[in-house]
Design a protein around this ligand. Structure first.
Ligand SMILES: Nc1ncnc2c1ncn2[C@@H]1O[C@H](COP(=O)(O)OP(=O)(O)OP(=O)(O)O)[C@@H](O)[C@H]1O
Ligand SMILES: [Mg+2]
Length: 385
């Protein structure tokens, strides 16, 4: 058993009916099984809320005997007949409704599509951190639909998607991949960051037509069950990244893109919506500062406008605003939170962003020193400390 399986096994032995654990409980279980802490392994679990995780996906079911005869199966398949399929439903779950999620933009449409149970592949494109993945996950949560998420990377291939042979306890088994699982379950399949893939993901072409797939290695034909659908997200439209901003973005085969019924272009949330999102983050982190929330979203909005006018090369995303809010909950210092959260940008960008913020926020030193007022994004509040 690997680390996560040991931890889950330990938890199950304590209470077989409990599936949700706090990070503290997981750390304790990690220590009990001889590890220093849960650490990054926590990413193997489904996060259902801040600091709360669900172990269902990792519970290893009692191995099912794979005894279905495979009449037309090739030789290789015959060898697998006596083997087992493990972790068959490992990656699927109905996502939890996140109380902090703010419904906006295309959410309603995505929810309708998900509820329709049609096979209706959609492609969602938009800049990083503007809520694409969360929107799809929350639509599945609200529609109470089984959900499988696959993250695409340049290394992702047929084996990762359709499945492949694995060695389990000295025995060769064919493990079904997430695509096959989603088809069999009639689940919503989220293919995240599809524009990071190489031509090794071309095996998805047939899947995007709603056609059955033949697992050549076992001779099994998998029919998509009613309700199966594919939703893909990307930072580009599959034409590569013109600006070079998404250096790993690839050009997606035209025929591949053609198979998506519609494309949703996701912008950043409006000021009002983003303020709600940021307020929810502040409440969740236990540090509410409404004035700071307003300043942050106006600042981010100003930066985005400058970005669209080619004035800066980077943007501050909704995700990054969330990072600032979390940092603020720890240090209780506005400027320090911004400084730390934008330190990943190059020197010029960082300085420009900082300078823009100080023009918004009269409580910051630079603004006091320069006496400058707000930047030209229509933001007029000059808050008092
Ligand atoms: N509508 C929303 N309500 C609440 N929080 C949100 C919302 N949209 C985005 N967020 C916050 O922003 C973070 C990033 O969102 P998400 O991961 O969905 O972005 P993304 O568009 O998929 O980014 P990427 O392109 O990098 O994958 C979320 O984890 C959440 O904290
Ligand atoms: Mg995403």
């Amino acid at each position: 058993m690997n680390k996560i399986e040991k931890i889950v096994d330990h938890l199950q032995s304590q209470d077989p009916n409990k599936t949700q654990y706090t990070i503290g409980e997981l750390d304790a279980a990690a220590i009990a099984t001889g590890h220093r802490s849960m650490g990054p392994t926590v990413s193997k679990l489904s996060r259902i809320d801040r600091g709360l995780y669900d172990i269902t996906g990792v519970i290893v079911p009692i191995s099912k005997s794979y005894d279905k005869p495979l009449e037309s199966a090739p030789t290789l398949a015959r060898e697998v007949r006596k083997t087992v399929l493990v972790d068959e439903f490992k990656a699927s779950y109905i996502p939890q409704i996140d109380g902090d999620f703010v419904k906006w933009g295309a959410y309603k449409d995505v929810l309708k599509i998900v509820k329709s149970r049609f096979f209706y592949p959609i492609f969602i494109t938009g800049l990083s951190g503007n809520g694409k993945t969360m929107m799809v996950e929350q639509a599945a949560a609200n529609a109470k639909r089984e959900f499988i998420r696959v993250q695409i990377s340049p290394e992702t291939d047929q084996d990762d998607l359709i499945g492949g042979f694995r060695l389990v306890d000295g025995e060769t088994v064919f493990e079904k991949g997430p695509i096959v699982k989603a088809m069999e379950l009639g689940a919503i399949l989220l293919i995240d960051e599809i524009d990071r893939g190489s031509n090794k993901i071309m095996c998805l072409q047939g899947v995007l037509e709603g056609k059955p797939i033949l697992i050549k290695k076992t001779g099994e034909l998998i029919e998509p069950k009613e309700g199966f659908n594919v939703i893909a997200t990307a930072n580009t439209k599959g034409q590569g990244s013109e600006s070079g901003k998404f250096s790993a973005a690839t050009i997606i085969d035209e025929a591949f893109l053609e198979r998506f019924t519609i494309t949703i272009e996701q912008p950043f949330a409006s000021l009002v919506t983003e303020e709600k999102i940021i307020m929810n983050h502040m409440k969740a982190f236990g540090k509410v500062d409404e004035e700071f929330a307003k300043l942050l979203v106006s600042w981010a909005d100003g930066i985005r406008k400058t970005f669209y006018d080619d004035g800066v090369d980077e943007v501050v995303s909704t995700r990054r605003l969330g990072h600032i809010v979390q940092t603020y909950a720890i240090f209780e210092d506005r400027m320090k939170s911004i400084d730390l959260a934008i330190a990943r940008f190059d020197e010029d960008t960082k300085n420009t962003f900082k300078e823009l913020y100080t023009k918004f926020d009269a409580t910051t030193n630079l603004a006091e020193n320069t006496g400058e007022s707000n930047i030209s994004s229509g933001f007029t509040t000059n808050p008092n400390p």
